[in-house]
Design a protein around this ligand. Structure first.
Ligand code: ATP
Ligand code: MG
Length: 493
């Protein structure tokens, strides 16, 4: 076994020239850099040393002993071709490699390419520190405190470059809280250490640009073949380090159709409450990924099944037993998924407005019972509900404003004449509000009549603002009536 590994591993190393072998022998101390330590000089040396030969991801024999499952799968055996990799990602990989750094495509891109899917983005892992990456690319921005990263930008495409991480030490570069959650994660290491910091085996494959092989330390290839999500290492510890991995398990399961391995399931049912400790801004990012990747419907089912929805949208959980609500949410998710599939624009406001709608109506109804008009009751309910909601998932104001608009329009679809009707039609968010109305109708809310009326009015000629039909009058009748003559206002100065 070791002989085979030795050949494979040394084959990878020696194929690419002596410069890289020398680098293999550099002490781990040199490689284990901590966040913030720039080494420009080091970077320049590497550049001049390695102009001639591409730099392989070297794996020492010592490392193979810690990684009993290590496999290096050569180009001919894995089917990933460079033509499937975005040019921007290739540019980053090649430049890093030419400068003497190890450079691999990693994570979802490798997984998706092996699954013959088009990757959503291309993430790169390297032994260059973020500062060294920034030295190599003018179009580079360093981001993140908890997890420092380099973003290399090519037009609208951003290639995320992460430095190989090592296990935690007690330095300022790494911090964990009492529950084991990682608060800061900037201890750098080498690829064989980095692999333990990744979440699932299927996300822990490295495509090495120096020789186009795929490096598999933890049986990720088999996980992909078996279509399963298995956390690397002890599941409880890995979830405690970062409880968002529970949401990621649900998301990847929905997106890839993979099953969550038995060893990683029970903890999610029992310890979802660890998510309460995650900053609302991070949960917002994760919620977007769950609902906007074209798999919102299955993601919602997963969140329900694993009892995680309550940590993202607590108010919706009590309403799920109601078949109309359940249907409404299912339809909203389907409609978003269809739009993603057809490359139509989507706004997070629509889905979030849908998720909060059942509770909003309940709160508003109480206010109506206390004597408030429906439209005011909805506004007041929106304020109190959103104040609560943004504590869990911090939806930005630009979207909560649109959510309020969508909800307010629901109270205004009763206007079918005159200026008020015209104002609804010309409202900037009319289309979203109208779609929302028709989904409600389709789910079984008693608003089918409104939906039909507003559908009809959009296909005919524009109605006169001064139309005077009854609320139930059909649009055509309203449109055919001559409008009241109005005095023209002088133009504003
Ligand atoms: P997607 O197709 O959604 O982009 P992805 O697997 O690429 O899926 P990213 O969020 O882009 O997911 O992360 C890239 C890689 O970084 C992951 O594949 C995984 O190896 C690692 N990673 C990301 N988030 C975590 C995390 N919370 N814990 C451990 N590893 C993570
Ligand atoms: Mg990715």
């Amino acid at each position: 076994m070791l002989g085979w590994l030795k050949n494979r591993v040394l084959g990878v190393t020696s194929k690419n020239g002596g410069g890289s072998t020398a680098r293999n022998q550099t002490s781990r101390g040199e490689r284990k850099k901590q966040g913030g330590s720039s080494s420009k000089r080091n970077s320049r040396n590497r550049t001049s040393n390695t102009q001639r030969a591409p730099h392989p991801v070297a794996i020492s024999l010592n490392e193979t002993q810690h990684h009993k499952q290590l496999r290096v799968i050569p180009r001919a055996e894995h089917g990933i071709s460079r033509t499937q990799i975005d040019d921007a990602a290739l540019k980053v990989l090649y430049r890093l490699n030419k400068a003497g750094f190890k450079a691999c495509l990693v994570g979802g891109a490798v997984r998706d390419l092996l699954l013959k899917r088009v990757p959503k983005d291309f993430d790169v892992a390297t032994d260059a520190t973020p500062e060294e990456v920034a030295d190599l690319f003018r179009n580079c921005r360093l981001i993140g405190r908890r997890f420092r990263l380099a973003h290399v930008q090519f037009g609208r495409m951003i290639i995320e470059v992460a430095t190989f991480r090592a296990a935690h030490d007690n330095s300022a570069a790494a911090r964990q809280n009492a529950e084991g959650r990682i608060l800061r994660d900037n201890v750098y290491g080498d690829i064989s250490e980095d692999v333990w910091r990744r979440d699932f085996g299927a996300n822990a494959l490295y495509y090495d640009i120096s020789n186009f092989s795929v490096i598999d330390f933890v049986g990720g290839m088999e996980d992909i073949q078996q279509r399963r999500l298995r956390l690397i290492g002890d599941p409880e510890m890995r979830y405690r380090e970062d409880p968002v991995r529970m949401l990621r398990a649900v998301r990847f399961s929905a997106k890839l159709g993979f099953s969550i391995d038995e060893s990683c399931r029970d903890f999610i049912y029992d310890q979802g409450s660890l998510l309460l400790d995650i900053p609302a801004a991070r949960l917002y990012e994760e919620a977007l990924k769950l609902f906007h990747s074209g798999h919102a419907e299955t993601s919602l089912q997963g969140l329900r099944e694993y009892r995680l929805l309550q940590y993202l949208f607590p108010s919706v959980v009590d309403h799920l037993a109601d078949p109309v609500t359940s249907k409404f949410l299912e339809l909203a998710m389907q409609s978003t998924d269809n739009r993603v599939q057809n490359d139509q624009p989507i706004t997070p406001a629509f889905l979030f407005a849908a998720l909060l709608w059942p509770e909003l109506q309940q709160i508003a109804q109480k206010r109506v019972d206390e004597g408030l008009p429906y439209s005011i009751a909805i506004q007041k309910a929106a304020t109190s509900l959103l104040t609560e909601q943004v504590r869990c998932v911090s939806i930005p104001k630009r979207f909560t404003t649109v959510m309020r608009d969508i909800w307010a329009l629901q109270t205004r679809f009763a206007y079918r004449k005159g200026k008020r009707m015209q104002a609804v039609l010309e409202h900037a968010k009319f289309r979203a509000g109208y779609d929302f109305l028709c989904l409600r109708a389709k789910a079984g809310e008693p608003v089918q009549d409104d939906c039909d009326w507003w559908t009809q009015i959009q296909v005919g000629p524009k109605p006169s603002p001064a139309g005077s039909g009854d609320t139930d009058t059909h649009a055509a009748t309203t449109r055919n009536r001559p409008g009241r003559r109005r005095r023209r206002r002088p133009p504003r100065a």
